[in-house]
Write a protein that binds this ligand. Sequence first.
Ligand code: BES
Ligand code: ZN
Length: 632
Amino acid sequence: MKSKFHKLSKNTTTVSKKVILFSILLIAIACQKKETTLPSQTKWVQDDHSFAQPNKAVAKHLDLDIKVDFDTQTLSGKASWTIENNAKGNEIIFDENTLNITKVTLGDDEKETQFQLGDSVEFHGRPIHITIQPTTTKVNIYYNTTKKSVALQWLTPEQTADKKKPFLFSQGESIWSRTWLPCQDSPGIRFTYNAKVTVPKDLMAVMSAVNPQQKNDTGIYTFQQDKPIPSYLMAIAVGDIQFQSIDHRTGVYAEPSVIKKAAWEFAKLGDMVNAAEKLFGPYRWGRYDVIVLPPSFPYGGMENPNLTFLTPTVLAGDRSLTSLLAHELGHSWSGNLVTNATWDDIWLNEGFTTYVEHRIGEAVFGVKEAKMQDVLSRKVLQDNLTDLGITSPDTRLKVNTTGKNPDDGLSDIPYEKGYAFLQTIEAAVGREKFDAFITAYFKAHSFQSITTEDFVTYYKENLIKGYKALADKIKMEEWIYKPGIPPNIITPISEDFNAIDALQKTWRQTGVKGLSQKITSTNEKQHFIDYLPADITTEEMTAIDKECNFTNGGNFVVRRQWFIQALKHHYKTAYPAIEQFLTTYSRTGSLTPLYKEMAKTPEGKTWANQIFAKVKAGYHATTLEAVQQVLK
Ligand code: BES
Ligand code: ZN
């Protein structure tokens, strides 16, 4: 009996061992599977900038088939949306703005269905109400864009670097994707996509997806984005584009005359991706490439997945402006992997990215460089606070953009106050702990769109964990929901800048000779220029310019800062260069400070209006809108 029992028991043990082993195997397989199937967004929040009602019916995947026509300056084709009709109702709502919708069909057999356009709302466009069946899984929207599309800029050959072929690029953020693609245009809604794009045979197309590296002779390009992205990250560029590889997973696209310069300038791109991975966890998107666009690109950069879009103004020739690359790359974690659910939460994108940018910068370019960047950052914050007023609700991290064009309300606050807040947490808990927290935060919310309140919950549960003393030290609520700056903000110090400050105190007595040898890096130049004495004379400006050659010899950022001072102090020698600067580029954030300075005097405003009238045809729609606001 005993032995029988024993035997039985032994058998049972063997069986259960096998069961356990088998279960472990199953769990391992399941876990592996979980790694490859990406999570799906299931939580919907109210987004005032979209007409979509994703809780009822939501778009999950896009098959896009479009033709790019430079003669009529339109895109036309079909957007086939795979949808989930959660409510099993009879309607799905998409966003559109200035599109021409010609037909809507359902399913692979393309049965025509009814659609209705709602009333147009300023900046928002119109809802497309499409009649569906409870069982509908596919909605095909036939459409073409119009000349009014804000997202698309169609450039003539003269507006490109090579001046030979036309060029097209899109800019979706914040709410402009709906002007080139009928979509559920909310950052809280994510979808994957495939696209087939037909372009003139002498041009090549690239998108925010896996991209071709060579022109083909059919003019047909296909794309795949198998990670769920929000609509504002849909992007396309078409032109005479070449590719040059940097390392095994990074590379650069540009026009033929720019490609070599760009590849040289961005030599550290691969190192940056490696540094970022070491800090914040794996890069989840496969390749990371950048494209240098013509000078009318309205931003410094735009973090389109797999392919950052860049202004050519970063090509300084000495790799001195590459912190912008670190910023756009940083969005591969903060923004593209973990996305703001609404535009009121934009600090989750831009503040986190500014933090990530500085950390990548420190890892790749060193602590001295990082300290200088920190001081520059803090000045931008201080100036912006002074501009807006420290009690202004626009200085809260969580903003209210309801009823507004989100781009209009965009200040430096989400970037720089967001950065300062995250630095404050880092200082309170120590870098090691904060790095682990932020890496876990990215992992926990991968491919999710979240609100500020989701962040707050995660922060309380995973960092504060009930420690009141720590919560009091950080003052999270004050940072996020109150205007101005809490008293626990850190003051960064750079010894290199202290040396520049010392020079600033003496050059008026000792003369400007030798300054150019002592103020050498872009950061130092910017810091020196920004703190020139308020009562500087024209003679002194002239002497500095002779010594340092800021007007003609500086890179884009140095010139921008110098021109602000030139305008402030009526240094007229620089005026032709300023006019040329405002005429050549359309980088909104860099032009508006100059226009603002000009608008301060009646003569300045007249001059600004004259320049604007001359150049506005070449400006991007976003730049037009921003400059108009300044000059109104
Ligand atoms: N995502 C932004 C650009 C953007 C923000 C476009 C909001 C539309 C609405 C991009 O990452 C960015 O922040 N660009 C900056 C450069 C950066 C180095 C601060 C820019 O263009 O100035
Ligand atoms: Zn950004």
